[in-house]
Ligand binder design. Structure first.
Ligand code: FAD
Length: 518
């Protein structure tokens, strides 16, 4: 017999090795010897009160063996001689489109502008140390896309859009830990992601797919409303049948290309702001109600904050406990910050994007001349502003949180995890009033919600501008572009995803659509 039950375990109890069996036996009023195994289905931490509780949902196996297998099978077959599907971009959307093509019996041919995970590392070092951005290989471009050297949080609000569990199981199949299957807030970590991405590449190659790195697509050759060929950066032309476009939200050249060729794109609402960085112990002490270091069984604490300021939401985005702020620009002449953390989340800082919603229809009147590209141009201007005010390198403009809210330049800044370094700048006056004013009110409100959050020990760092795509690429019910029948806009760049898991799910959907009726 199998019984699913909820268990509440205190911090002290959590230290006991057999606690789940013991508590299950008590709760079910059975002899513990009759329990053959306890499988954790879900685990979360309730830290709302000083007495911290681990909430478990478990399946208790009574007098029967615990099954080993998962209901998910990944049935990859040899597709080396099968019909090809071309996929542009090898981020989560492109990777999962390729894997799904193989399951469906089609040969994915992936074209990726960046380098493989290992060679990409050198370019990340160059951004951090030499302030040089390789425009094809950086924190957003390269094998695994923006998802490789990311934080690897796997939360998604897109539960209705696909089978989240299938993606998690596939990540485990490719080397991620089982822990992501049970944690309420699953996280892989930037140190573990490259191996998972490399394993995905190896599966694709093993079953006959192709992946071409350092192969940027520069043009579409179109005839009779169909892409006949892709032009590559070396001027080679590649004849194609179906194209999945999974180039992400930072591939501005692709948006410009579509616009130039009059292939419809649309301005979309998005969000921008800054990244705030606190010493992790401050966030721990607020969230875990402790005055000294957090208990060793507790992970670095996180938070999620939202406040309505006048007519717009101000909210935390991509919060990285025990993490680093990273330079996520994709071109020289711009500064963009983002965050990531290792699997153990054991760095000394907690960082989070704090952003303001920008409504593409009403908030950008001065940018109307750019049509569908208005949000992108606004975003670009802010990134250039960050570049010049940081001193024209990857050094980012920053201010103490309290000085930003009070509207005064910081004489000194706090230490930071951001490797290229920070420069004190008056972000309160540099940021557009629309964003800066709302952020200031938002931070004050966050200080009231989390006592100790509003502190001079925190820095804000500019700018957090790539939260989501400022552009969407339309598609019909068959996921085809309405004008170009063999083009399948996919993932975050199309406006169909907002993170690793939703991009992966969209990749699978596009593979299904592109292979339909072939
Ligand atoms: P991308 O990952 O952007 O991939 C697009 C790919 O297309 C890139 O590899 C690019 O090189 C390639 N490409 C672009 N143009 C061309 C071209 N012309 N020719 C050939 N190839 C091209 N999300 C989460 O869910 N959790 C997190 O914790 C998280 N942390 C993040 C931390 C950082 C630092 C960053 C930068 C992002 C983070 N994200 C996180 C966001 C997440 O990475 C993206 O949502 C996700 O990667 C989007 O997937 P995608 O496949 O749609 O696009």
């Amino acid at each position: 017999m199998i019984k699913e039950i909820q268990l509440r375990i205190t911090l002290k109890e959590e230290e006991q090795p057999d606690i789940l069996v013991l508590k299950s036996a008590i709760k079910l009023a059975i002899d513990r010897k009759d329990i053959t195994g306890v499988k954790i289905l879900r685990k979360s931490i309730d830290a709302r009160k000083p007495k911290i509780i681990f909430n478990y949902k478990v399946a208790v196996y009574i007098k029967e063996p615990v099954p080993e297998t998962s209901k998910y099978k990944f049935d990859y077959k040899d597709v080396s001689k099968a019909k090809p599907i071309h996929i542009i971009g090898f981020g989560p959307a492109g990777m999962y489109a390729a894997l799904r093509c193989i399951e469906l019996g089609f040969k994915p041919i992936v074209l990726e502008r960046g380098k493989n995970v290992r060679d990409r590392r050198r370019d990340l070092k160059a951004i951090n140390q030499d302030h040089f951005v390789n425009e094809d290989s950086n924190y957003c471009f390269g094998e695994g896309g923006a998802g490789t050297y990311s934080d690897g949080k796997l939360y998604t609000r897109s539960l209705k859009r696909g089978d989240v569990r299938r993606i998690f199981e596939n990540l485990v199949y490719h080397g991620s830990t089982n822990q992501i299957l049970v944690d309420a807030h699953p996280h892989i970590g930037t140190n573990k992601l490259p191996k998972v991405v490399q394993n995905i590449r190896e599966t694709i190659l093993k079953y006959g797919g192709e992946i071409h790195f350092e192969t940027r697509v520069t043009d579409f050759i179109i005839k009779n409303n169909k892409i006949r060929a892709l032009q590559l950066k070396n001027d080679e032309e590649l004849t194609v049948e179906k194209v999945i476009l999974a180039t992400g939200h930072s591939a501005r050249d692709i948006f410009y290309l579509l616009n130039k060729k009059r292939i419809a794109i649309e301005a979309k609402s998005f969000a921008m702001g800054v990244r705030v960085e606190h010493p992790q112990h401050i966030i721990d002490s607020i969230q875990y109600h402790c005055s000294s270091d957090r208990h060793e069984l507790l992970p670095a604490a996180s938070y999620g904050l939202v406040e309505q300021v006048r007519d717009r939401g101000v909210y935390s985005f991509c919060m990285c406990p025990g993490g680093f702020i990273v330079p996520a620009a994709t071109a020289n002449g711009e500064v963009v910050v983002n965050g990531m953390s290792p699997s153990k989340r054991n760095n000394l800082y907690a960082n989070s994007g704090i952003v303001v919603e920008i409504n593409a229809d009403s908030d950008l009147p001065k940018y109307e001349q750019f049509g569908a590209l208005k949000g992108l141009e606004y975003q670009k201007n802010l990134e250039r502003l960050a570049f010049t005010s940081g001193g024209r390198t990857q050094v980012a403009p920053a201010q103490r949180l309290t000085d930003f809210v009070k509207g005064k330049l910081s004489n000194t800044l706090n230490d930071t995890s951001y490797q290229p370094g920070l420069k004190s700048a008056p972000l309160h006056s540099l940021l557009p009033k629309f964003i800066g004013g709302r952020l200031r009110k938002g931070f004050e409100a966050f200080g009231r919600k989390m006592k100790g959050y509003y502190t001079e020990e925190a820095n804000i760092v500019g700018v957090e501008s790539r939260t989501s795509s400022p552009i969407s690429i339309p598609r019909n019910e068959q996921l085809q572009h309405p004008q170009i029948s063999n083009l399948f806009p996919c993932g975050e760049g199309g406006g169909y995803a907002g993170g690793i898991v939703s991009a992966a799910m969209d990749g699978e959907r596009c593979a299904e659509a592109a292979t339909n009726n072939l």
